[in-house]
Design a protein around this ligand. Structure first.
Ligand SMILES: C[S@@+](CC[C@H](N)C(=O)[O-])C[C@H]1O[C@@H](n2cnc3c(N)ncnc32)[C@H](O)[C@@H]1O
Length: 467
């Protein structure tokens, strides 16, 4: 280990920054966040430093650096970008035993400033010991995405109960169990999902329960996995996948998404596809209930969004009816994802003032839809599960007055490696589906906006690079 990691308490302590440009400003901001008293030595501060000085946040000494500026400082940063000045500051600081960092010059520094993920009061610092700052920044971005935004609030809630837990729960083991239950169960889920008052109530109940058992409640998160591209998972979905003990997933959830889950998580396939039910909805409901009652952390993973043609509502109702804590995490629904992928804006100031998502597959075959309303103009219609019934859909819309020349686009396996975008007209939809042998999950976009799918063939979506 080249550097020893430490966290300095700078609250109310005098620190020095030499330099008045953008880099100096970044360091000043950082020091101020830690509560340091900052003096800046510079002949030419940029506007932001002037603003900070006007607010009394920093003191500016408008002249060159002299060794006396280091008197009583607990830390100094050189950000002037001037070789001679950097060297003078480095030598003076070392003479006086003041820790010094010269920006981007590890050889002149007695400490480095790491890349940081700040979830105050939780702080993650990353260092490559100056060997690869870009790698450290990339790692920072990965960790940033992994850590929930409200992690700091969770730490603060824990802090507010520390005294009570200490007073009411004797012995290290009892307290450890309490905190395991606090951080592993629905209390943490509630805080991270923004339901802090609920979490506080549950914590109070837990503190007052004298002998906490380990992991009393299991939890179920009904999570939207998005359309297939794993980069389109939400951050919360990715975090829950990392945390889950059991994942119950549908046939629309591909291997690339499951790869984002914890390696040792149990995976249960509950896929439902037209005519071939691996498990009935009743069986899935009962499975989720049993897992939660066995105190597991369960993620119920569904393609797209769980509340859009996903039967997520039924699962929530059933589980809540059994007293099980459920949270719902939205996902990017197929219409939205395929629209983006194919370059089709689902609403458009010139062509579509509204968009309707319908299913092409009703409980007993043909869906019961208000065709007259769907056939109106300045409107986009997106049909889910409509491959088999496409000829009927086209016929009904034309019968109810929609022009057979209305543009349509079919997006099959949207956002996945085998995505296909087809375009045609409403009158030609049945032939298009048959000739192109569309079978995969596909949505059909009907309306003037579908004309934009043509242009979409030209562009490809950039994919984020993994570290
Ligand atoms: C049972 S519904 C589930 C919808 C899902 N809950 C959502 O919000 O996207 C299944 C239908 O969603 C559509 N679908 C899902 N993923 C898709 C994708 N990657 N590309 C095109 N259509 C998709 C298809 O119409 C498929 O038949």
């Amino acid at each position: 280990m080249r550097y020893f990691p430490t966290f300095f308490d700078l609250a109310g302590k005098p620190c020095l920054v030499v330099g008045g440009g953008e880099r100096a400003t970044q360091k000043i901001r950082l020091l101020r966040r830690a509560g340091a008293l900052v003096t800046v030595v510079t002949r030419g501060p940029i506007e932001e430093i002037e603003r900070l000085a006007a607010k009394g946040e920093v003191e500016i000494r408008r002249r060159g650096f002299v060794e006396g500026d280091l008197r009583d400082r607990v830390l100094a940063i050189g950000a002037a970008g001037d070789d001679d000045l950097d060297l003078r500051l480095c030598e003076a600081a070392k003479r006086r035993g003041v820790p010094v960092n010269i920006v981007d010059r590890p050889a002149l520094s007695s400490f480095t400033v790491p890349a940081m993920v700040d979830r105050d009061p939780v702080l993650v610092a990353i260092s490559s010991a100056g060997t690869a700052p870009v790698l450290a920044r990339k790692l920072r971005a990965r960790i940033e995405a992994l850590l929930p935004a409200r992690l700091g609030r969770l730490a603060r809630l824990a802090e507010s109960f520390r005294g009570a837990v200490k007073a009411l729960h004797d012995g290290g083991t009892a307290r450890r169990r309490f905190w395991e239950e606090f951080f592993d169960g629905s209390i943490a889920d509630d805080v991270l999902a923004g339901r802090e008052s609920k979490a506080r109530e549950k914590t109070l109940a837990l503190v007052n329960r004298r002998s906490p058992r380990r992991r009393v409640d299991g939890t179920v998160a009904i999570v939207g996995a998005g359309p297939g591209d794993p980069d389109l998972l939400t951050l919360r979905a990715a975090n829950l996948l990392q945390d889950a003990e059991v994942i119950v997933y549908d046939n629309l959830v591909g291997a690339e998404i499951l790869d984002r889950a914890r390696r040792d998580a149990q995976r249960i396939y509950a896929g439902k596809s037209r005519g071939a039910h691996a498990k009935s909805q009743d069986e899935i409901n009962a499975l989720l209930r049993d897992l939660a009652q066995a105190r597991k952390r369960v993620v119920r993973l569904k393609g797209g969004d769980p509340f859009i043609f996903g039967r997520g509502g039924e699962e929530v109702e059933y589980l809540r009816g059994h007293g099980i804590a459920v949270q719902v995490v939205p996902g990017i629904t197929a219409a939205v994802a395929c629209g983006a992928s194919a370059g089709i804006p689902l609403t458009h100031r010139d062509h579509a003032a509204a968009v309707t998502f319908v299913t092409g597959h009703g409980k007993d075959g043909e869906p019961d839809l208000d065709w007259a309303a769907l056939a109106r103009s300045r409107h986009s219609l997106v049909v889910y599960m409509g491959v088999a019934t496409a000829p009927r859909t086209a016929q009904r819309l034309i019968e109810h007055g929609l022009d057979a020349a209305t543009p349509v686009a079919v997006v099959e396996n949207g956002t996945r490696a085998d995505e296909r975008i087809l375009s045609g007209t409403l009158g030609g939809l049945p032939a298009l589906m048959e000739e192109q042998a569309v079978t995969g999950p596909a949505i059909i976009v009907i309306g003037e906006v579908a004309r934009h799918a043509e242009a979409a063939r030209e562009f490809t979506q950039p994919r984020a690079l993994a570290v």
